[in-house]
Design a protein around this ligand. Structure first.
Ligand code: NDP
Ligand code: 2IT
Length: 452
């Protein structure tokens, strides 16, 4: 009965929203993971929660016209999917990347609902973005695009309505331009965006939060098996916001991150990645990792052209713990097999949905511990909520205060996901635990608020 219902909902989604494969993948994972809950609590099916929760409350798609450096009009698509506001105002990042389409934004917004619920904070789920590519654009072009994007988006957001933040391709620079335009057209200085600059309403620790939080989560996970990160060899994909601060915290905790990647290649530095050089190459100069390899003769650079067939070179480097922290579906079955062969004990997802379903099955089947994204990378959005909280009370906490709160939130999320898995006879399976815990909070709130 429950399985039939899930199958029906998934088939119906394919009919009503064709071509959104990433969104089906995300809904499939969540609906099957919560099966043990649906089987023992009929109220969710009785209240049509599954039908309701897979449909966004509101989807805005808009055209963005902007002027490039040669004064030519360029046009891109803009999206904001306000998925669920049962437990708080919509909250979630904006992604600027050429691959962004409606299905991408819906998968990210859907994941965000349950992730935000797991933080224990009052934030609903949303996501937005554009197929605009900020790479190789001048600051002036990025600014004009952000201004044009916000000229439409401002109509739909607000500090108690919907609060966007960063994601791939949207960092401090983009949030600055977006905030400047929001302030100009609304004449309001408020917390309608998070990830703001420290001098104008941003929170200390937000920049580091997703990466640090991911490492805190991994350490909790290992500790529950009597281990920890100290001395562990780690590999990290990506070299953006999440990856850089994952690597920084790993080094602080005595682990040894030896590899990371970008869209063009992977570096393997057996002596351990130098965080200052990595930040200089990627954060300050926005260069390819090839520039890092040039600094260290003992670092090996592997171009994407030489990646294993159907896989990613970074997962073929021996490690104890793997931190996929770049993008969706970047760790495949080929990669999972290499990780198992090389003795990896934990895969901790920093990116959203980075591991393909067959790779997850293989890892779990071979005894590898697995921290699902919606639990492991929730530190970013949780700290965004801490920023909202500071804005609302017109205060600014110091770095240590924010970091202590972030650490505690990650400990709480681990405990909640782990206890919930146990309660539903799936001990050790954090995919089941995280999805059920997040879903219950949102679904119960939807039932209590009636058919709205
Ligand atoms: P950034 O834009 O800062 O960095 C992304 C990194 O991943 C870059 O190194 C980029 O390579 C690489 N990358 C991106 N897309 C691809 C692709 N299609 N193929 C290969 N490499 C790619 O983004 P973030 O670090 O902020 O985000 C990384 C992941 O973490 C995403 O899944 C995001 O949704 C998730 N996340 C982010 C949070 C945040 O607070 N920022 C919070 C929670 C999750 P290159 O340098 O060449 O562009
Ligand atoms: O995927 C995510 O959780 C984010 N990109 C951060 C969202 C936020 O609102 O801080």
């Amino acid at each position: 009965m429950v399985t039939e219902k899930i199958e029906y909902i998934l088939e119906d989604l394919k009919r009503s929203s064709p071509g959104q494969s990433e969104f089906y993948q995300a809904t499939q994972e969540v609906l099957y993971a919560i099966k043990p809950l649906l089987e023992c609590e009929p109220k969710y099916l009785e209240n049509n929660i599954l039908e309701r929760i897979v449909i966004p409350e509101r989807t805005v798609i808009f055209r963005v016209n902007w002027l490039d450096d040669s004064n030519k009009v360029q046009t891109k698509l803009g999206y904001r999917v306000q998925f669920n506001s049962a437990i708080g105002p919509y909250k979630g990042g904006l992604r600027f990347h050429p691959t962004v389409n409606l299905g991408t934004v819906k998968f990210l917004g859907f994941e965000q609902i349950f992730k935000n619920a797991l933080t224990g904070l009052q934030i609903g789920g949303a996501k937005g973005g554009s197929n605009f590519d900020p790479k190789a654009k001048s600051d002036g072009e990025v600014m004009r695009f952000c201004q044009a994007f916000m000229t439409e988006l401002y109509k739909h957001i607000g500090y108690n309505r919907d609060v966007p933040a960063g994601d791939i391709g949207v960092g401090a620079r983009e949030i600055g331009y977006l905030f400047g335009q929001y302030k100009k057209i609304t004449s309001q200085f408020n917390g309608a965006l998070t990830g703001k600059g420290i001098n104008w309403g941003g929170s200390l620790g937000r920049k580091q939060a997703t990466g640090y939080g991911s490492v805190y989560f991994a350490n909790e996970h290992l500790k529950s098996y009597g281990k920890d990160l100290e001395g562990k060899i780690c590999t990290v994909s990506g070299s953006g916001n999440v990856a850089i601060y994952t690597i920084e915290k790993l080094i602080q905790l005595g682990a040894k991150p030896v590899a990371c990647s970008d869209s063009k290649g992977t570096i393997y530095h057996p002596a351990g990645i130098d965080i200052a050089s990595l930040k200089a190459v990627k954060e300050i100069h926005r260069e390819s990792l090839k520039s890092y390899a040039k600094l260290y003769p003992d670092a090996k650079y592997i171009d994407v052209a030489h990646y294993p067939q159907g896989g990613h070179a970074v997962w073929h480097i021996p490690c104890d713990v793997a931190f996929p922290s770049a993008t969706q579906n970047e760790l495949t079955l080929v990669d999972a097999k290499a990780l198992v062969k090389n003795g990896c004990i934990l895969v901790n997802e920093g990116a959203n949905m980075p591991t393909t379903p067959d790779a997850i099955e293989y890892l779990l089947g071979n005894g590898v511990l697995f921290s699902p994204a919606k639990a492991a990378n929730a530190g970013g959005v949780a700290t965004s909520q801490l920023e909202m909280s500071q804005n609302a009370s017109m205060t600014q906490w110091n770095f240590e205060e924010v970091d202590i709160k972030l650490h505690q939130i990650m400990i709480n999320i681990f405990k909640l996901a782990s206890d919930t898995a146990k309660e539903y006879n799936s001990e050790g399976n954090l995919i089941v635990g995280a999805n059920i815990a997040g879903f219950k909070k949102v679904a119960n709130s939807m039932i209590e608020q009636g058919a709205v």
